[in-house]
Design a protein around this ligand. Structure first.
Ligand code: RP5
Length: 202
């Protein structure tokens, strides 16, 4: 229970609430942080979008680009940051399906929220690639990407280059469900891989 204030003689007193309020401060209402500009929703020939939080991620994500190119999968690569360009991220995610994309691959490092933000805005399959960060070797990126709340899935791949390559192969496997020619290329890829292992002499 709260005790009432008491003066030095022990007589209980009420707090003085008659304090003059300070003069009103003039306020102006600021415009929104970033005015939403509509993303170009015109259809794309790309089946896969490869997006990354920074240009510094390209050194890793070029392996996704190269793998998709190797399989002849039409794709587009863009820098979109969940934190530095939040409106663009929301626009890209929410228009991805209407543009004709079928898979989104999203790479980010550190507080890596890009894949999660994409998944929040689209029901297309979203594959997350955690970048190997300087500070924590990619553990931060991995946990930020993989620990999604139930209901908003992100398929998270390995940290760095293996994840970048596998994100492309996973996207191709998804597309191959309705494209026999891609299924055939995937089988050939696996066979070539095995042949190399069998032929390895130490
Ligand atoms: C993330 O922050 C990016 O995905 C990148 O991995 C990391 C560092 O970005 P930069 O400071 O190199 O632009 O958003």
């Amino acid at each position: 229970m709260k005790k009432k204030r008491a003066d030095k003689k022990g007589i209980k007193t009420k707090p003085n609430l008659n304090v003059e309020s300070p003069p009103p401060v003039s306020r102006s209402v600021s415009p929104p942080l970033s005015a939403p500009a509509r993303f170009d929703v015109s259809p794309t020939s790309s089946l896969v979008a490869v997006i990354m939080g920074s240009q510094s991620d390209w050194e890793t994500m070029r392996h996704t680009d190269e793998t998709l190119t190797q399989f002849g999968v039409p794709h587009e690569c863009k820098v979109i940051s969940a934190h530095r360009s939040p409106s663009l991220a929301a626009e890209f995610g929410s228009t991805a399906e209407a543009r004709g994309l079928e898979v989104v691959i999203a790479a980010a490092g550190g507080a890596a929220h890009l894949a999660g933000v994409m998944a929040a805005h689209t029901t297309l399959p979203v594959l997350g690639v955690p970048m190997k960060s300087d500070a924590l070797n990619g553990m931060d990126s991995l946990l930020a990407t993989v620990q999604m709340p139930g209901g908003i899935p992100v398929g998270t791949l390995a940290i760095g280059k293996p994840g970048a390559v596998n994100a492309a192969l996973f996207a191709i496997a998804i597309l191959a469900n309705s494209r026999p020619e891609l299924r055939e290329k995937l089988h050939q890829f696996r066979n070539d891989q095995e042949a190399k292992i069998r032929a390895t002499k130490l």
